[in-house]
Ligand binder design. Structure first.
Ligand code: CP3
Length: 368
């Protein structure tokens, strides 16, 4: 158990924010709301800043990261900032040749498929990652939380399975066939790769939280392609290991959440995995748009939920979207606490004024 510094935002500035309270299982007077992929291409001010800078380069420039993370907070009045970065940033920093191709996603120069490929990954040190590896990240988090004041910052990482899927496939894939083949065909290679990823992910999350993030979200976006048995046996233990460094932190003097840093776990198409995803040791489960929140709440008694407005409806006529938002809020009352979000990320073509309107609607509805 290690202690976070006494000046960490969770000890004061963000401790009583609606987001931290909801993540800790309370129902604040106003339902908090933020959007996955709120920092990004739906905002013209983001596109203007990013002109001429590649995605992964932008993630390593603290001033750009700070500004891009703040943009949706200023514009929409959301209850949290999410750190502008990407799940492949720790891979790039540790030396994996990965790039993000616009319109496609992460692409690897050399897919990782054999014992030799895994052995060639840069070794991690016994107590984590080589010193200074995450310096651009911690610098950005530090200056960002100073700007945010009482608005919490959510740090995040990709879960070992989703990262492994990109590494093994060499890029985006529909059903992660090569990754699932490796999992069964070469279980030792799979286990070594997953352990390396768990350690890297754990260090990346810990770096963000130590530098000032008030919560941490683990994205296992592609876990929905797994059977429950495979998830439990070959994936969940490494997700638990990735979360452990943040779970072991104690926030000095914090009343909420027994002094722990709240953690969230999200995946797409994971209705059959919700219980198992909670059991890896998180406070909050993020639900995609396929599972209604009251169904998720019945499967996860006592667990705060996050979600799950269908991104497709962002482009529907406002009365249709508004009715859907109200329905999500109503179903969210089945859980002990609810943070409104989308069921997956903001589509790039979304009209940003619609997102602002959702925030206003959610805040007004809960104030009634
Ligand atoms: O606003 C935020 O949510 C914070 C930043 C964030 C990004 N990626 C920035 C980004 C977060 C939390 C992510 C997570 C992420 N990245 C996930 C997990 C969540 C999910 O969507 O399931 C995954 C699978 C990735 C990998 C990735 N990176 C993909 C699939 C893409 C899209 C490629 C494309 O162009 O369609 C990216 C690129 C990316 N990550 C962008 C942003 C803002 C777009 C890059 C650009 O602006 O050119």
């Amino acid at each position: 158990m290690s202690l976070l510094p006494a000046d960490h935002p969770l000890t004061g500035a963000t401790a009583s924010s609606p987001l931290v309270r909801a993540y800790s299982g309370e129902r604040p007077p106003v339902t908090p709301v933020w959007f996955m992929r709120q920092a990004g291409r739906s905002l013209p001010e983001y596109r203007a800043l990013r002109t001429g800078t590649r995605m992964l380069q932008a993630c390593l420039e603290p001033d750009l990261v700070t500004e891009i993370s703040l943009q949706p907070v200023r514009r929409h009045g959301v209850d949290a900032a999410i750190f502008f970065s990407d799940i492949v940033v720790p891979l790039r920093l540790i030396g994996v040749d990965v790039d993000i191709v616009p319109g496609k996603g992460p692409v690897l120069a050399n897919p990782v498929r054999t014992a030799a490929d895994v052995a060639a990954l840069r070794a991690l040190t016994p107590d984590g990652v080589p010193g200074g590896l995450f310096e651009p990240v911690t610098t950005a988090v530090g200056q960002l939380v100073r700007e945010l004041g009482g608005t919490p910052l959510i740090g995040f990482a990709g879960a070992p399975f989703t990262l492994a899927a990109y590494l093994v496939e060499g890029g985006p894939s529909k059903d992660q066939l090569a990754a699932r083949t490796l999992m069964h065909g070469a279980p030792e290679v799979w286990a070594d790769l997953m352990s390396w990823l768990a350690e890297l992910t754990g260090a990346f999350l810990l770096a963000q939280v130590r530098a000032g993030a008030s919560a941490a979200q683990l994205f296992d976006s592609w876990a929905g392609g797994l059977s429950l048995a495979d998830y439990r046996a070959r994936v969940a233990p490494q997700s638990a290991a990735a979360l452990a460094p943040v779970r072991e932190l104690q926030v000095a003097g914090a009343a909420s959440n027994d002094g722990r840093v709240p953690t969230v776990h999200f995946g797409v198409g994971t209705g059959h995995l919700l219980g198992a995803m909670h059991e890896v040791g998180v406070d909050v489960v993020g639900v995609d748009y396929r599972t209604p929140l009251d169904t998720a709440a019945a499967a996860l008694p006592g667990v705060p939920l996050q979600g799950n407005v269908d991104p497709a409806l962002l482009a529907a006529p406002w009365p249709v979207l508004e009715a859907h938002v109200q329905d999500v809020l109503a179903r969210g009352t089945s859980a002990p606490a609810h943070v409104l979000n989308l069921g997956h990320g903001v589509p790039p073509e979304t009209d940003p004024t619609v997102l602002t309107r959702i925030v206003e609607t959610v805040h007004a509805a809960s104030g009634r």
